[in-house]
Design a protein around this ligand. Structure first.
Ligand SMILES: [Zn+2]
Length: 121
């Protein structure tokens, strides 16, 4: 099972798409089975609702530079491709310490600067 969380700003306001939960991005859970629940071109959820487990989205896109970077936390899976607009900085926090070729992962991907940070406990 993979778990992914996209962080823009810990204090950004989010809402669950299923129940009435509203709160800050820092209260969200990591998204389980991200690749099965989110399709390419969909608005990327900010996390998983801590109350019901449905996907939760930011109420509004973060302003200015805060909207130009995303952090992807990966546990138990692999990011195959990140489709982001040109100029957006992608940071991937990989909780799996085996099997990653950090040199090739951290190259510039079609205009998106990509940083790989491997979690080491
Ligand atoms: Zn909910």
């Amino acid at each position: 099972m993979s778990q992914v969380m996209i962080l823009a700003d810990d204090n950004a306001l989010c809402a669950c798409e299923d129940c009435e939960w509203k709160g800050e991005a820092s209260d969200l859970d990591m998204i389980s089975d991200f690749e099965e629940r989110v399709s390419a071109g969909e608005t990327v959820p900010a996390g998983q609702c801590p109350r019901c487990g449905a996907l939760a989205h930011l109420n509004e896109p973060p302003p200015g530079d805060a909207g130009r970077s995303v952090t992807v936390f990966v546990s138990g899976g692999a990011v195959q491709k990140a489709d982001v607009p040109q100029g957006v900085v992608v940071t991937i926090i990989d909780y799996d310490i085996d099997g990653a070729d950090e040199a090739s992962l951290s190259k510039d991907h079609e205009g998106a600067a990509c940083t790989i940070a491997t979690y080491r406990g």
